[in-house]
Design a protein around this ligand. Structure first.
Ligand code: ZN
Length: 388
């Protein structure tokens, strides 16, 4: 990751005849012009994640002529990604996302450079990575990465373009305390308890919604680079795709923010996993799929309660498990054993943790969460379990 210095007068930044034609429709805009197009060519934008948000963002950034696009993602392409992650195709399933991302972006625009990092953004690499780019487009799908990227952007004085989606809703903003706006922590000083945050795998998401938000993130990056228009600094944009209504909330920098406030107390990366996994006092005991399998094959008496929806239960289930969907738990308390050990499960372990937190409040004591849910069971115990 050698740091590249950009010399605005260097010869290589002149636009070629092909480039002038390629970008002619946006160069024609008074707000862009040749100067704006050159700025886009000089710019270095890092996309964190090549998933639902990173895909549309990177596609449009590449097409617009951002000179250098960085992509950091450690995952491989899964069939269930394809309805929203348009950087990747059916033939890419099982391969690294960074490979298909690079190939797709260069197919759209071979005049740009694509720098890929097949790794997870971590406390060890984030500062060096982010320092190397002008703007960060955060398309991460988990809280530890979001706090990490926001914190590092504050320290490195880089604009952090935030986006997130949930089912039919999405939101976007621009975090940049060095430009007078808030950071992610100003908005969310404490992460919600882990059992309160469903992932895309748990909650579902309509593919178009991250498409919308990712394109808004790309738009914000382009406007920042060419220096035109009003950006989302100090504004949180929220879209409900079902009603197709956009709403806006004013957001402010928190003078007591531990990272961007007047007397910051967090000045270097912390343990973000630990920070985000702090539960709100409720201790949920967990068991791995392998441990559960050993218990069952060893003849230990254990009850299995599955809190997913009936259609999910139809697709795949662990033998001898009983279906009690999360929403029906309050009226079906009598069906849940109070004496023997009861393992509660769902697809990835999030809904079951929420169920246990609720049941503990109802006086249940012998509940254990199947960590990683049925996905972990398939991974560790039974690869024939149908995937969805
Ligand atoms: Zn802050």
């Amino acid at each position: 990751m050698a740091k590249k210095t950009l010399d605005k007068n260097s010869f290589e930044l002149d636009l070629s005849t092909d480039e002038l034609l390629r970008y002619s429709r946006q160069i024609n805009l008074a707000q862009v012009g040749e100067e704006g197009q050159r700025r886009l060519k000089e710019a270095r934008v890092l996309c964190i994640g090549a998933g639902g948000l990173g895909s549309p963002a990177a596609l449009y950034l590449a097409a617009a002529g951002i000179g250098t696009i960085g992509i950091v993602d450690q995952d491989t392409v899964d069939l269930s990604n394809l309805h929203r992650q348009l950087l990747h195709g059916t033939n890419d399933v099982g391969h690294e996302k960074t490979d298909s991302a690079r190939a797709r972006l260069l197919a759209i625009n071979p005049t740009i450079a694509v720098e890929t990092y097949t790794t997870r953004l971590s406390a060890d690499n984030a500062v060096e990575l982010i320092r190397n780019y002008d703007i960060i487009v955060d398309g991460s799908d988990n809280l530890p990465t979001r706090y990490l990227s926001s914190d590092v952007c504050v320290w490195e004085r880089k604009p952090n373009i935030y986006g997130s989606v949930h089912q039919f809703e999405g939101q976007a903003s621009l975090f940049a305390p060095h430009l007078g706006g808030p950071c992610y922590r100003c908005l969310f000083p404490e992460p919600p308890p882990p059992e309160a945050i469903p992932s895309c795998a748990e909650a579902g998401v309509l593919g178009v919604v991250p498409g919308l938000i990712g394109i808004i993130q790309a738009l914000e990056a382009i406007k920042l680079i060419i220096g035109t228009g009003d950006n989302l600094l100090g504004r949180l944009l929220h879209v409900d795709a079902l009603t197709l209504r956009f709403r806006e909330f004013n957001i402010r920098r928190d003078p007591n923010c531990p990272v961007c406030g007047e007397s910051p107390v967090i000045t270097e990366p912390i343990n973000y996993e630990q920070f985000c996994n702090r539960s709100n006092g409720s201790k949920v005991r967990g068991i791995s799929a392998t441990q559960l399998h050993e218990m069952i094959s060893g003849g230990q008496k254990v009850a299995l309660v599955d809190v997913r929806e009936p259609f999910e239960f139809e697709i795949a289930r662990i033998p001898n498990s009983q279906l009690i969907p999360l929403g029906s738990i309050p009226e079906r308390l009598t069906e849940i054993p109070r004496t023997e050990t009861t393992v509660v499960m769902c697809k990835t372990g999030v809904r079951s943790a929420r169920a246990i937190a609720f049941l503990c409040g109802e006086g249940f004591e012998n509940l254990v969460n199947l960590e990683g849910g049925l996905d972990a069971w398939r991974e560790e115990v039974d690869p024939t379990l149908r995937k969805y």
